[in-house]
Ligand binder design. Structure first.
Ligand SMILES: Cc1ncc(COP(=O)(O)O)c(C=O)c1O
Length: 470
């Protein structure tokens, strides 16, 4: 009995099933649970303490040692197979082609995809939240998976006024960022093997979701008018879904022309396909009036409009939404309930107040002006320091701008070298579906400006030139 218990605990520690620092049950409790004498448990614990697997303090209990004997640390090596393999579905969630990027630490020049947290009115947010806590909000139980009703009403009002989106609040489903919306769309609308168009180069968040849903990911090229619909039609005419970023193509920064929008809608109607419009950063347009959404042109209920608060507020909020054709609402709401019941209620309530009391509009206006100045600074810096090496692409919208090399170069190598010098940027070639540096794909550098103060942009540009010179 003692041997079995000793071996069992030791193997669990070695395999990382009980982690360093974790507390073991008191000897009396464990003895009772296992139906053995307390002395058996005491003997096993004593041996393990003597060998360094456990550490005990009288009166405080017995813990797994923080410093374990050699070879007892948890291993994430890929050759360390789990005891049982993943399901075929589970295996689609691992591997470099479905891995999503994350950032660590405060933003450095030229981090992409981030708003400027230095401009966020945290004092206002804190005040709105504190006001709600003064009396226990009655909404703190389980709430509706579709989202907090006043928030859906506020979002429907905002989307109608600023994006021309036609919708009733009951078509607005609150999600955990737009990523959850993309995952639900891929899972609920596509069967394994169904073809789906994605922009190439384009956004990882959609191709990863499609792969996880076992859909066939179909790369469609992008030109200065947006996705090349004719290319999609000739290569994958019977696709069930097309994902697009019409306001501001990620990563090229182009805006989809009206002719292309109409062509895409026409194809979707004829083919009974869905269009997913990802309108992730459309609040930020620096020249000319804001453009209406693709959804506003849709007469047949083909478009699913997806939005996020990650760019306009901050990504850690994990708040997004989708506007669904009415016939899809029930299925998505039930799926959301199965996934995680509903979004956290407190941020939904505070966000509602933030929108309805005018702070949201003011924040958009203020950040649009500040990002506009940061954008001009970056364009000037490109002109004066980097013009020999790179050419700026479309720059009239968004939080970042994409440059292409004057003479073709290995952008992934340059991104690595820049990283070693403390400059954060993304290689354009990494946005291609096959992560390619093939002859047809563009290479260049994607440079974020929104979260970077002007003086840091000015400082980092000559440092980046040095990397490119080298
Ligand atoms: C094209 C695109 N869509 C959506 C998002 C936002 O994702 P989420 O709302 O999940 O934070 C991003 C962020 O980088 C993006 O680039």
């Amino acid at each position: 009995m003692f041997r079995q218990l000793y071996e069992g605990i030791k193997q669990s520690v070695l395999a990382g099933r009980i982690t360093p620092g974790a507390q073991l049950p008191p000897t009396r409790d464990l003895a009772r649970q296992l139906g053995v004498s307390r002395q058996t448990v005491l003997n096993a614990y004593e041996h393990l303490v003597a060998e360094g697997y456990l550490a005990g303090t009288v009166g405080k209990g017995t813990f797994v040692s923080k410093i374990l004997p050699v070879a007892a640390t948890f291993s994430k090596r890929s050759d360390a197979h789990p005891l049982r393999p993943l399901s075929a579905r589970g295996a689609r969630f691992i591997g470099p082609e479905v891995a999503l990027n994350t950032h660590e630490g405060p933003p450095k020049a030229f981090r992409i995809g981030m708003p400027g947290l230095d401009l966020f009115p945290f004092d206002v947010w804190a005040r709105l939240e504190a006001r709600r806590w003064r009396r226990t909000p009655h909404e703190l139980g389980y709430s509706a998976p579709i989202g907090y009703k006043p928030l859906r009403e506020a979002l429907a009002g905002y989307l109608g006024a600023s994006r021309g989106v036609h919708c009733h609040p009951d078509q607005v489903v609150v999600t955990s960022g737009s990523q959850q919306a993309l995952f639900l769309i891929a899972s609920l609308l596509l069967d394994p093997g169904d073809a789906a168009w994605v922009e190439d180069p384009g956004y990882r968040g959609i191709s990863a979701s499609l792969r996880a849903a076992e859909a066939l990911v179909c790369p469609v090229p992008v030109d200065d008018q947006g996705i090349v619909v004719s290319a999609g039609k000739s290569a994958y005419s019977d696709a069930r879904l097309a994902y697009v970023t019409p306001s501001h193509q990620l990563p090229l920064g182009t805006t989809m022309s009206l002719a292309r929008r109409l062509e895409l809608l026409e194809w979707a109607k004829a083919n009974r396909a869905w269009i997913v419009e990802d309108d992730y950063d459309s609040e930020y347009r620096y020249t000319g009036p804001p453009l209406a959404s693709l959804q506003s042109l849709d007469k047949t209920g083909s478009v699913i409009y997806v939005g996020t608060l990650s760019k306009v507020l901050f990504p850690g909020l994990r708040m997004g939404y989708m506007v669904l054709p009415p016939a899809l609402v029930d299925a998505f709401v039930q799926a959301r309930a199965i996934l995680d019941r509903h979004a956290a209620i407190v941020p939904q309530i505070v966000l509602t107040d933030f929108i309805t009391e005018g702070h949201f509009g003011r924040h958009i206006k203020r950040t649009r002006e500040a990002y506009g100045e940061r954008r001009i600074t970056l364009l000037e810096a490109i002109d004066s320091h980097l013009g020999e090496h790179v050419k700026a692409g479309a720059a009239d919208a968004g939080l970042q701008l994409t440059t292409t090399f004057v003479a073709r170069r290995d952008d992934q190598e340059i991104a690595l070298r820049a990283g070693e010098k403390g400059i954060e940027l993304r290689a354009l070639s990494q946005f291609y579906l096959d992560d390619s540096t093939s002859a047809e794909s563009l290479t260049g550098l994607v440079l974020g400006f929104a979260p970077i103060p002007i003086k840091d942009i000015r400082q980092a540009a000559p440092a980046l030139r040095d990397v490119l010179d080298e």
